[in-house]
Design a protein around this ligand. Structure first.
Ligand SMILES: Nc1ncnc2c1ncn2[C@@H]1O[C@H](COP(=O)(O)OP(=O)(O)O)[C@@H](O)[C@H]1O
Ligand SMILES: O=C(CO)[C@@H](O)[C@H](O)COP(=O)(O)O
Length: 489
């Protein structure tokens, strides 16, 4: 049996799966939490990766490995390869003003958005790396001055692993300063999927737009070489090859073996609606990000900032666990008697409202119950994703089936209410680590070769159906624009 390892270094945690390269059978796994916050020292990811690898029994016996990670995060390195400042994550909204400026500088609202969509497939919002670099140049010029290279979370971890360092001994001891330092910048590698979230790489042409990087940052730091889907990015201490890795959403698509016509709804820290496509997308409205995938195709995607943590917040408000929250939600009627929760707890990215706050509308004596609040939280979070599904369809996505994945898909209420909100049945693969699985499948592709990744039989899945309840979305549409912005500080 030849083994492969897949890593998901996502927002809240790091997960490692070890699978059989040919069948996909799960052999071992491990996980470790990440620190909270939207600004994180990359050394903390490396320490979590070391712990997760250790829990998964190490990598000494794997034939190949690959790392998938949260997209967009800005990791800046100086000319010795040392991290310049903590990474700004995809959900850090401080660069919202920079994003607006970058659109304005290329012609203002309509023409500016069209320019970016044509140039790099996406209109930059605060999540995109290019806006974070502009923010850094304007707000921390001394740090910006030291930046010799910029890369993404999965690029950085692949680079660290690929330099032959033994994380099992280096990371778990917790010497973060040491583990965050040093390396050859010329060895940085990335892939099409994650490169397309930078705002300075075009999925349509497969080329960097270094002119846009220079425009945003004032000069052009080194960027990783973009590899094809099954190319080798480095070697583990054992000599086993490391795949290029990819962004977590492209990895999830690989993990569920998505084909054109499959729509994936992922409920993690972010809410994501994506679909595999044969042609690149370029949506000037900015709702759909025109990313590439990890197989040589494309992955148009809508991403919200508020998904599983909306349920966490509702459960905290009600002082219940997540299973009890689901039970409460399922005891309330569809539409929660008109109670609507607008879920913009972290500001929002789609629609582009970085300063928005959440809201509860429709409170009456009747709806002021735990059951109604729980239901409104689930429905509000799903309505934002249903808007994303509409945006994807408006850009030409075919919907053959909707697959529900991510931590939030473990909620019985989410699984049962989603079909009523989306207006179609949803398929829920057995709960698992589909991002890490996608990375493992990429590693198997590297190990086994071939024009396509190996075929792994998908875990069993359950289909959930319900009569559509359009009133839920109608009421949400009435409420979603009635927001107040967050207080300064
Ligand atoms: N049974 C459950 N019901 C609702 N949410 C859940 C459940 N189990 C896990 N989650 C949520 O899933 C989230 C983590 O999902 P995950 O996809 O791993 O996120 P990420 O990839 O962004 O780190 C957490 O916010 C957690 O509360
Ligand atoms: O920004 C995006 C996609 O554009 C997010 O989907 C991040 O990639 C974070 O993912 P999770 O940690 O929520 O899985």
């Amino acid at each position: 049996m030849s083994l492969v390892a897949g890593v998901d270094s996502s927002t809240q945690s790091c997960k490692v799966v070890i699978r059989d390269a040919e069948t996909g059978e799960l052999v071992r796994q491990g996980r470790a939490p990440h620190p909270d916050g939207t600004e994180v020292d990359p050394a903390a990811w490396e320490a979590a990766l070391a712990r997760a690898i250790e829990q998964a029994g190490g990598l000494a016996d794997v034939a190949a490995a690959a790392v998938a990670g949260q997209q967009h995060g800005m990791v800046c390195l100086d000319d010795s390869g040392t991290v310049v400042r903590p990474a700004l994550l995809w959900n850090d909204t401080r660069s919202a003003g920079a994003a607006a400026d970058l659109v304005t500088e290329f012609g203002g609202a309509e023409p500016g958005r069209r320019f970016w969509a044509d140039a790099v497939g996406s209109v930059p919002v605060a999540s995109f790396t290019v806006t974070k670099l502009r923010w850094l140049a304007r707000h921390e010029p001394a740090a910006a001055e030291r930046v010799a290279a910029v890369c993404l979370p999965h690029d950085w971890l692949t680079w660290r692993l690929g330099q032959g360092r033994d994380l099992a001994t280096a990371g778990s001891g917790g010497d973060l300063a040491a583990s965050g330092s040093g390396g050859d910048l010329a060895a940085l590698r990335t892939d099409r999927g994650d490169a397309s979230g930078t705002g300075y790489w075009s999925p349509a042409t497969g080329e960097y737009r270094l002119d846009l990087l220079e425009h945003a940052f004032g000069r052009t730091p080194a960027v990783p070489t973009v590899l094809g889907p099954a190319e080798v990015a480095g070697r583990l201490p054992s000599g086993a090859p490391l795949g290029a890795g990819t962004g977590d959403n492209a990895a999830a698509a690989l993990g569920v073996s998505a084909r054109p016509g499959d729509v994936i709804v992922s409920i993690g820290t972010s809410g994501v609606v994506s679909s595999v496509a044969e042609v690149p997308a370029a949506d000037p409205s900015g709702a759909v990000a025109g990313f590439a995938d990890a197989t040589g195709r494309f992955l148009p995607l809508v991403c919200t900032l508020n998904a599983a943590r909306v349920l966490d917040a509702a459960a905290a408000m009600l002082r219940v666990g997540l299973d009890e929250l689901a039970e409460l939600a399922l005891r309330a009627p569809a539409g929660a008697d008109g109670l609507v929760l607008v879920p913009y707890l972290e500001g929002e990215r789609t629609p582009d409202r970085p300063l928005a706050t959440g809201a509860l509308h429709g409170l009456t004596l009747r709806t002021a119950t735990p059951e109604h609040l729980a239901r409104a939280a689930v429905e509000g979070m799903l309505c934002a994703l249903a808007d994303g599904l509409d945006a994807l369809v408006a850009q030409g996505a075919r919907v053959r089936r909707v697959l529900l994945v991510g931590g939030g898909a473990r909620s019985a209420a989410v699984r049962r209410i989603a079909p009523a909100v989306f207006g179609c049945p949803v398929v829920v693969p057995e709960p698992g680590e589909y991002v890490a699985d996608g990375a493992a499948r990429q590693a198997a592709w590297v190990a086994l070769g071939g024009a396509e990744p190996p075929t792994w039989s998908l875990a069993t899945a359950q289909e959930y159906a319900a009569d559509p309840v359009p009133a839920i979305r109608d009421r949400y549409a009435d409420a979603r624009d009635r927001i107040v912005e967050r207080l300064a500080g």
